[in-house]
Design a protein around this ligand. Structure first.
Ligand code: BGC
Length: 357
């Protein structure tokens, strides 16, 4: 009898363990690159949130290589992922992986960046990307006093990666506000470079933005022309402008207003010292929590909360989305926005995340 009971106990434990193993669902998280600060933070918060919710996480970074990302996502599916979270390197280059996800019944959530031309995308969690651009454009209108009729002022534009749908929304949000002032002559773009394709920065990389800005300075600002504003879509491109202006000998006496986005650690130093006028803070903790709630809902067979069902047409369907709120950030409010909320720690003028220390 004792032996029977012991066997029963062991068998019960095995079943319990077996079922526990079988119930651990796996979530693939495909991030674009580690070379831009924010994707390290998104990866960290996504992993923390998913693991705390009991999921196993298969995290991969794609080194900004769309082909690599495609094979990484295909491998995640082959390795049994139950759901996949993707921030696309290129919105339109995930076709065969998305087809596979559809075929295998693996739900896909787009995190921050939309994935286009596919039926397989279940939901999209992002920020209001058009509004990010509006915050940047409105900042320049206020800083230059354009609504009061001031000008003319010289401005140049650095936009984002044309393979990332967000880049077009950022550009449109800002340019829809600024174009009337270009048309009435209060804003002048001496390089003449205003079209999205011309001002775009493939891969969003600082050296790419810097190289283009070096050429603009050499071509249009070497004989005393003033530059009053640089509309940069994010902090990595703003860094390119800052480096180019510094190398060309611009000083605080003739330094332009420079916009950005993300409140990257390196840029925060420039915001505090006045070299970068503003950034747009997008709290990656909020976005990771939103993406987690979408993953949970699709895996539990329920409907996640969305707040936009009209904007994000991916060419095949309008993707139900939750858009978080972007927030204006500058030297005036960064302490309450970033330090008091524990996003960064500031030590001797440098910015760190908890993870850095
Ligand atoms: C994100 C931005 C980021 C950029 C480059 C965009 O898709 O929305 O926050 O600055 O990619 O990483």
């Amino acid at each position: 009898m004792k032996r029977f009971l012991a066997t029963l106990v062991v068998l019960t434990m095995c079943f319990a363990m077996g079922s526990a193993v079988a119930e651990t669902l796996r979530v693939g998280v495909s991030m674009p690159t580690q070379s831009l600060q924010r994707w390290n933070q998104d990866a960290l918060y996504l992993t923390e949130n998913l693991e705390a919710a009991g999921y196993e996480v298969d995290l991969q970074f794609a080194d900004n290589d769309a082909t690599l990302q495609l094979s990484q996502v295909e491998n995640m599916i082959a390795n049994g992922a139950n759901a996949i979270v993707i921030t696309a390197v290129e919105a339109s280059s995930l076709g065969t992986a998305m087809d596979l996800a559809l075929q295998m019944g693996v739900p896909v959530i787009a995190h921050d960046r939309l994935i286009v031309n596919t039926e397989a995308l279940s939901y999209y969690a992002s920020f209001d990307n058009y509004k990010v651009g509006m915050v940047q454009g409105q900042f320049l209108i206020d800083a230059l006093g354009l609504a009061e009729g001031n000008g003319p002022f010289n401005m140049e534009i650095i936009a984002g990666d044309p393979g990332d749908t967000n880049a077009g929304y950022f550009y449109a949000g800002a340019m829809d506000l600024l174009t009337p002032f270009i048309e009435n002559g209060q804003l002048v773009v001496p390089s003449g470079q205003t079209a999205f394709d011309v001002v775009a920065t493939p891969t969003w990389a600082t050296p790419v933005a810097q190289a283009r800005f070096d050429t603009i300075i050499a071509g249009y600002y070497t004989t005393g022309e003033e530059l009053h504003a640089v509309l940069c879509s994010n902090d990595s491109t703003a860094m390119g402008a800052i480096n180019a202006l510094t190398n060309a000998g611009f000083t605080e006496d003739n330094w332009p207003f420079i916009t950005g986005q993300d409140c990257d650690k390196a840029n925060m130093q420039y915001i505090v010292s006045g070299k970068q006028a503003m950034s747009v803070f997008k709290d990656t903790r909020t976005l990771a929590a939103r993406t987690l709630s979408m993953v949970k809902a699709v895996l539990e067979g329920s409907e996640p909360e969305v707040n936009d069902t009209t904007t994000y047409d991916n060419g095949v369907k309008i993707v139900p989305s939750f858009l978080c709120e972007p927030v204006f950030g500058s030297a005036a409010n960064y302490v309450e926005l970033l330090i008091d909320t524990g996003y960064y720690i500031e030590i001797d003028g440098e910015f760190f995340t908890q993870d850095d220390l």
